[in-house]
Design a protein around this ligand. Structure first.
Ligand SMILES: Nc1ncnc2c1ncn2[C@@H]1O[C@H](COP(=O)(O)OP(=O)(O)O)[C@@H](O)[C@H]1O
Ligand SMILES: [Mg+2]
Length: 386
């Protein structure tokens, strides 16, 4: 029971039930990045209220050095102070154990059948970026083609609602998936070779004409769930996912549904772009995804006289990798893709350079990226994945 003492307005807590309002206030605070309440996420470790009205709140963050830590601390303090009987608040930030983090992921993942969630035999590689226009889709499409050329079974999923460009890059613009009972069979990019080609699904395949895309969170979440459950890719070695830039709804839904994905971060050599790229990488890590590495795109263009034109400066890839590296998780620049006119033209024409201009330096860089991605396959329980 909380009682006001006759004098001094001191508060006394004698019954654990008295902590309920404080616990409720703190649990209702919303994690600014995961956009769920701390209660739902299991992040409130303990609450206590001292006789002098000082609340003690311990919050378990998903990872150490969580970028949202300051904001969470501030919001938790304000929420605690708003609870009846609280005169002061002390907030302690702790870090979740592996088990707690796993339980959190289960909680936010939802129930729907998910072909690419935890336990899948497919390596899921999510290609993300801090901002648009850095060549994220170009990297996703050409990495998929380079992996395919190594003989792997590769599929592509385009979740970029605002900038879906995978169908165009792979030369299947205008094609639609075929419905078979509850499943959708995605169109395939055949790339002028025999075989089954690369199955690819895109949000763009579900839009009529140029209708403006103003999908909100819940609708996006359902679409991502549907793509993961209902699109039939067959058995894949690798699924390459083109995420929208930044830390928006689709990236968040995807991260919650596929925490087992590996995150490949695309940025340009421009040092100023590093900060926003780092944020996207940090969110992926918070969602449990492994940071596979950084791809520096639009790197220097070799000139006929032997000099290198650095249109976007230099150092952005290294700066991004350095800032995302922690003492137990070194993040590296996996590839530098040079500026390339054939790469741009091939993208516009729906004819990836790996098939049309394999001698182009950018095509070579994508082959090197594919090799590095294969070499970085996580080993799992006595089984090599690729
Ligand atoms: N290395 C490169 N050299 C030349 N042009 C590039 C390169 N990478 C991407 N582009 C071009 O830049 C534009 C943006 O690329 P895109 O892959 O659509 O970016 P994002 O998906 O990040 O928005 C496209 O016209 C693309 O062809
Ligand atoms: Mg794109």
């Amino acid at each position: 029971m909380v009682e006001e003492a006759a004098e001094g307005g001191r508060l006394e807590a004698t019954d654990p039930a008295d902590l309920d309002p404080l616990r409720a206030a703190v649990s209702a605070v919303v994690d600014p990045e995961l956009r769920r309440s701390l209660g739902e996420l299991g992040m409130v470790r303990s609450v206590a209220l001292a006789v002098d009205g000082t609340a003690q709140v311990a919050i378990a963050l998903t990872v150490t050095g969580c970028p949202a830590a300051d904001r969470i601390e501030r919001d938790v303090r304000a929420a605690a102070l708003s609870a009846p009987g609280v005169a002061a608040a002390a907030v302690v930030l702790e870090t979740m154990t592996q088990d707690e983090r796993q339980a959190m992921i289960e909680r936010v993942r939802g129930e729907r059948a998910n072909r690419f969630g935890p336990g899948t035999l497919t390596r899921v590689i999510a290609v993300g970026s801090g901002k648009g226009g850095v060549g994220k889709s170009t990297v996703a499409a050409n990495l998929a083609v380079a992996l395919h050329q190594r003989g792997l079974r590769v599929g592509v999923m385009d979740l970029d609602v605002h900038g879906f460009s995978i169908p165009g890059l792979l030369g299947i613009a205008g094609e639609r998936p075929t419905r078979v009972d509850a499943l959708m069979m995605p169109p395939r990019a055949l790339l002028g070779r025999g075989g089954d080609g690369i199955p690819a699904i895109s949000i763009g395949m579900f839009l009529d004409g140029d209708e403006p895309v103003s999908w909100r969170g819940p609708m996006l979440h359902r679409t991502v769930e549907q793509f993961l459950a209902d699109v039939w890719f067959g058995d894949l070695d690798v699924l390459v996912v083109d995420l929208p830039p930044g830390t928006g709804d689709a990236a968040l839904s995807f991260g919650q549904l596929v925490p087992n994905a590996e995150f490949l971060l695309v940025t340009t050599p421009q040092p100023a772009a590093a900060e926003v790229a780092v944020r996207a990488g940090a969110l992926a890590r918070r969602l449990g995804q492994r940071l596979l590495g950084v791809v520096e795109n639009m790197a220097g263009l070799p000139q006929p006289d032997g000099s290198v034109l650095e249109l976007f400066g230099s150092g952005g890839g290294d700066a991004t990798a350095r800032r995302l590296s922690t003492h137990d998780d070194a993040v590296e620049v996996m590839a530098r893709i040079p500026l390339s006119v054939p790469l741009r033209a091939g993208g516009d024409a729906g004819a990836p350079i790996a098939t049309t201009e394999p001698g182009d330096p950018a095509a070579a860089a994508f082959r090197a990226l594919a090799a590095a991605v294969v070499a970085a396959a996580p080993s799992r329980a006595g089984r090599s994945l690729l």
